[in-house]
Design a protein around this ligand. Structure first.
Ligand SMILES: [Zn+2]
Length: 501
């Protein structure tokens, strides 16, 4: 095959995969939002068939040969070459694991999910424990098939965040716990901030009206984005100009839908701003889980919880909910949405205590794979770590070790990216504030100018650059956790008036 023929074969292969991918994404979005439940089995069978077809197209050993040749060929367009590089990794990893083992593993994940659900409902870790043990064995087997010199858990970490290793995460989390554990302790001892007014009755109708305003403030344009409702908010997409987000309304918590809307808009903006030339290719995605999460948390925490953001938006919220908020000042409102309080459930944690939830999961995952922690009595290990880091203890396993779904599908190495993303966000904001007047722009309803900075420095690259290169190009240096820790220490010292202590 000539070079040109190989490129053409590659392009057709990518196009076919993107067609299946688009169909599967839409089916998945539909299933999670509006699809009537009685049609589930019909849909599930057909979408499983489509997923199988897509998998067969992708897992073509001939294509592995072609991408391996093209990725090394200097005469080939750099965008094609980078795509081939990424496909070579993905295909190489997947093809090393025999298909029958892959099928058996998928079955195990399905059974483990059911067991996890039952265990959670019954508050009984022992129902899930044997499955967790089998999943770890299955992952061990899978990763040992790969042609890699890295330790097993490091390989898993790299699947979610290229370039990250146990050594780097160890340094990251020890910096996080060293600075934040004592700070959280001080915050707990300090005079507490009143946030009770956030938990009055806020009719959903009014919340939806505010969300319309908020989406327009965020320039979340209906020509390329659409918001729906789900139990667990998420963002999905088919291409640059078709991004879907969801939110969840809670009648006695006005901040929940607002902050999840801002968070998901951060993910959607990232996808929307990726170079349109990458559409349909492996490059048309955020480069890593940590980078994606950095964009949602940047919007949610650094912008969406700031005074300047609410200078522009609080009057609208007050107008919609006059009886609930007329006596609450702007500063009281912003303080309330920033309250920190150690708690048991990760997904409901505040900005300050959140990374400790992740540090605990990271230590457990690492221990499970290096053999220092066993699945037996893992609920007790979990509880002991929560007491150590956050001073709280789960009375029920559903609020403790069984709260997250991730491990039932074998997702190990994913959790750490949530904390890493927060740290990337702080570092980006530090640079952005030196280059554009972020807070003036927020106050003056000029959010699009902030988005333009994010697009230019982060979003447009998609997967073309590695996370570390994006960080270096945007901020002038590699990842540095101190920006994140300084930001949190500064913010919470002021908020809880801890100076002089
Ligand atoms: Zn997110």
């Amino acid at each position: 095959m000539t070079r040109e023929e190989m490129i053409e074969t590659y392009r057709q292969w990518v196009f076919r995969m993107s067609a299946y991918q688009m169909a599967l994404s839409i089916i998945e979005i539909d299933r999670s939002t509006v699809a009537p439940p009685a049609g589930a089995s019909y849909r599930d069978e057909r979408s499983a068939y489509l997923a199988g077809e897509a998998y067969s197209i992708m897992m073509d050993p001939k294509m592995l040969e072609i991408v391996n040749i093209l990725k090394e060929d200097e005469q080939v367009d750099p965008v094609v070459r980078r795509g081939c590089q990424l496909y070579a990794i993905r295909l190489g990893n997947s093809l090393s694991f025999p298909k029958e083992k892959f099928v058996a593993q998928s079955m195990l994940f399905n059974q483990a999910y059911d067991a996890w659900l039952k265990a959670k409902q019954n508050n009984d870790y022992s129902i899930f424990e044997p499955y967790l043990k089998k999943i770890i064995e299955s992952r061990r087997e899978e990763y040992s098939c790969r042609n890699s010199d890295l330790p097993l858990y490091d390989q898993m970490l790299q699947d979610y965040e290229p370039g990250m290793t146990t050594e780097k995460y160890d340094a990251f989390f020890s910096a996080v716990t060293d600075r934040l554990v004592p700070l959280i302790h001080k915050v707990t001892e300090a005079e507490q901030i009143d946030n009770s007014f956030l938990h009055q009755e806020y009719p959903i109708e009014g919340q939806k009206k505010f969300m319309e305003h908020l989406l327009s403030y965020l320039h979340f344009d209906p020509s390329w984005g659409y918001q729906n409702e789900t139990e667990h908010p998420f963002t999905s997409w088919t291409c640059q100009n078709d991004c879907r987000t969801t939110t969840k309304y809670i009648h006695d918590d006005v901040s929940s839908a607002i902050l999840s809307t801002i968070h998901e808009a951060g993910h959607a903006w990232y996808q929307h701003n990726i170079d349109p030339a990458f559409d349909g290719m492996i490059l048309s995605d955020g480069v890593s889980c940590g980078m994606h999460e950095s964009q949602s948390r940047l919007l949610e925490n650094h912008l969406g919880r700031s005074v300047s953001f609410w200078k522009a938006n609080y009057p609208v919220l007050q107008e919609i909910f006059p009886s609930q908020l007329k006596d609450v000042t702007l500063d009281q409102f912003v303080a309330a949405i920033n309250v920190a309080e150690p708690s048991l459930v990760r997904t409901e944690a505040d900005e300050l205590t959140y990374p400790l939830h992740i540090a605990i999961r990271y230590e457990i995952e690492k221990g499970l794979f290096n053999g220092t922690i066993s699945t037996e009595h893992l609920d007790e290990t979990w509880n002991a770590m929560y007491e150590k880091y956050l001073g709280v203890k789960a009375e029920q396993a559903s609020m403790g070790i069984l709260q997250d779904v991730h491990w039932s599908s074998g997702s190990f190495g994913y959790f750490p990216t949530y904390a890493l993303g927060s740290a990337y966000a702080a570092q980006f904001v530090h640079t952005m504030e030196q280059q554009i007047p972020v807070h003036t722009l927020l106050e003056e309803n000029r959010f699009d100018e902030i988005e333009a900075w994010l697009k230019e420095n982060i979003h447009r690259h998609g997967c073309y650059l590695q996370p570390q290169d994006i960080l270096k190009q945007a901020t002038g240096e590699g990842a540095d956790v101190h920006y994140y820790l300084d930001y949190l220490c500064d913010k919470y010292t002021k908020l809880y008036d801890l100076r002089g202590e």
